[in-house]
Design a binder for this molecule. Structure first.
Ligand code: URA
Length: 198
């Protein structure tokens, strides 16, 4: 069993906060264990809680469309959330829940080791850039600890505010050049080793 599958099994036993008593399923995340691109949403909703899979409701359908627009499928990326269990009635996660759950996300980031992390929505943004406003940060990339972070509005925002659909769709198109740039940085770092093969 892979280290990530092992981690998912541990997550399924988690009782670190009160959400554990109310969930149907833990939603660890899914996708490629070696993905270059990691999407981090907020928390599971009704459908995710029932199926144990991230982004399978209406917001997830939009995320699938967005992935398709840049020629990717779910299997090519990894999709996770800040919170692994559904908050009742989809209320905002409480700071104590975010704190309790953070260790799982940290471990996922270590194991997947993505080159680019896309934060979806303000909760996810706040985990990495506290105090930043999503209205300003969306569509922008910055590097921190060797990872390129790119912030987007949450796909669910487009379901409530139709005008954000275009913004989100346009922001998504900025991801392929970031992946290409991240690849070049890695290739550059590997050059001396590659040369020594000849
Ligand atoms: N919204 C999220 O942030 N995550 C999900 O998995 C589903 C909806």
């Amino acid at each position: 069993m892979s280290a990530l599958s092992e981690l998912n099994r541990e997550m399924e036993q988690c009782e670190d906060c009160e959400l554990s008593g109310q969930r149907n399923r833990v939603v660890p995340g899914e996708g490629s264990e070696t993905a270059n691109l990691l999407f981090i949403g907020e928390a599971p909703g009704l459908h995710e809680d029932q199926q144990g899979r991230p982004f399978v409701g209406p917001a997830g359908h939009f995320l699938d469309e967005l992935l398709q627009s840049i020629g990717l499928r779910r299997e090519d990326v990894y999709i996770a959330n800040i919170i692994k269990c559904r908050p009742p009635s989809n209320r905002d996660p409480l700071p104590i829940e975010v704190k309790a759950c953070r260790r799982w996300l940290n471990r996922q980031m270590e194991l997947i080791n993505p080159k680019v992390i896309v934060t979806l929505g303000r909760y996810s943004l706040a985990q990495f850039f506290p105090g930043d406003a999503i209205g300003k940060a969306h569509g922008k990339a910055r590097t921190k600890d060797g990872i390129i972070y790119f912030s987007m509005y949450h796909p669910a925002a487009a379901l409530h505010q139709g005008n954000l659909r275009k913004v989100i769709t346009e922001d998504m198109l900025k991801i392929p050049p970031l992946l290409a740039k991240a690849g070049e940085v890695v290739a550059e770092e590997q050059k001396p080793e590659q040369l020594s093969l000849f």
